[in-house]
Design a binder for this molecule. Structure first.
Ligand SMILES: *Cc1c(COP(=O)(O)O)cnc(C)c1O
Length: 351
């Protein structure tokens, strides 16, 4: 698909990943929980995947909990902590520009009695550490702020959020679906207690992701899916060996160089009057572009009939201005001229 410029919504599975997954779909199909030899073969493959992913973020293999994706990982982090506090409820801090799966989980938690503070970004899409500091209350039970924004590509100062959370002894969770592999992450250096990641944003399969949980077994996180004790008892269900192996293969083969699409995009966009939003601190592969006029939009979309998004893929079907763009102070009219163009992701050096 050479007109596809929506990689922040999903990426294709690469050949490496496909090859790595194949044997686990049929030849070695045994349940990783089975005690026999074939079961052990599956569980060893999962263990190798766990080690590789843990290593990528400076975590221990036992701290990686496989889930169906970042949405589930985010749900597990937020509800898993909140459900420990059902008696007295408590206060959660997040931001206005999180992915919908965080915002809707927070709305649900509010509906059952939790209190939530939504931090506002500045005009450049940055959430300030000082706004986090002042939002902390004596009953704050969790801070959850994403790393790289899926609509803007902005990079949040998560190591500063982590340091503040650590100082106040509050667990810090970050949704890293848009930064895992792209940016360097070290959960210890950055004081991250929980981190969500997704397979299909990094050339891995859809339907798999993970939640890193510091000291998972001692975290007393309440599981969303009770089952046969898989994933340290935090996520029941037969482990999807092919998906987990595919996720690890995607991490192992994640590209370190931009694709030629990046150059194609950069030369194309030069020809238009437009403004890049959130460009103060941003990844090179996600562009939120506001065109100067409706004519510019028309010309762009006719000269470059690319598959792109207005806002994120999740907002696209609802036809209202994205919550991220309105949080930046954008009017509906300006948001209508704003598109997200996202390029094949790769590892960017530094943080
Ligand atoms: C894609 C995405 C998600 C959802 O991930 P799934 O694995 O599709 O559930 C969550 N957060 C962010 C920032 C994302 O970009």
């Amino acid at each position: 698909m050479n007109n596809y410029f929506d990689y922040a919504a999903s990426t294709p599975v690469t050949q490496h990943v496909l090859e790595a997954m194949k044997p686990w779909e049929n030849e070695n199909f045994a349940n990783a929980s089975s005690a026999h030899q074939a079961g052990r073969t599956s569980s060893q493959a999962i263990q190798r995947a766990r080690e590789l992913i843990a290593d990528k973020i400076g975590a221990l293999p036992s701290e990686i909990i496989f889930t169906s994706g970042a949405s589930e990982a985010n749900n597990l982090a937020l509800k898993g902590v909140a459900f420990k506090h059902l008696d007295n409820k408590g206060h959660i801090i997040t931001s206005k520009i999180e992915h919908k799966c965080i915002l809707n989980t927070c709305a649900f938690l509010e509906s059952i009695g939790f209190e939530v503070t939504y931090l506002s970004p500045d005009q450049d899409g940055q959430i300030s550490p000082s706004s986090l500091e002042v939002a902390i209350q004596s009953n704050t039970i969790l801070i959850s702020i994403h790393h790289v924004n899926n609509e803007l590509g902005t990079i949040q100062p998560i190591e500063e959020f982590g340091a503040i959370a650590f100082e106040h002894d509050i667990p810090f969770h970050t949704d890293a679906a848009q930064s895992f592999c792209k940016c360097d992450i070290d959960v210890d250096d950055m004081d991250i207690d929980m981190l969500s990641l997704s397979g299909h944003k990094i050339y891995g399969p859809k339907g798999v992701g993970a939640l890193y949980v510091r000291d998972a077994r001692d975290s007393k996180l309440v599981p969303l899916i009770h089952g046969g004790g898989q994933e340290a008892g935090l996520r029941g269900g037969t482990s999807p060996t092919p998906l987990i192996v595919g996720l690890a293969a995607a991490v192992e083969h994640y590209p370190t160089e931009p694709s030629s699409d990046e150059q194609r995009f950069l030369s194309a966009i030069k020809e238009f009057e437009c403004k890049r939003n959130g460009s103060k601190k941003v990844v090179p592969t996600t562009w939120s572009v506001t065109f100067h006029s409706d004519e510019d939009v028309k010309r762009f979309t006719s000269e470059h009939p690319w598959l792109i998004s207005q806002g994120s893929a999740c907002n696209a079907l609802s036809n209202v201005a994205s919550h991220v763009l309105t949080a930046l102070g954008m009017t509906e009219e300006v948001a209508r001229r704003t598109y997200r163009i996202s390029l094949p992701p790769y590892h960017i050096n530094g943080k």
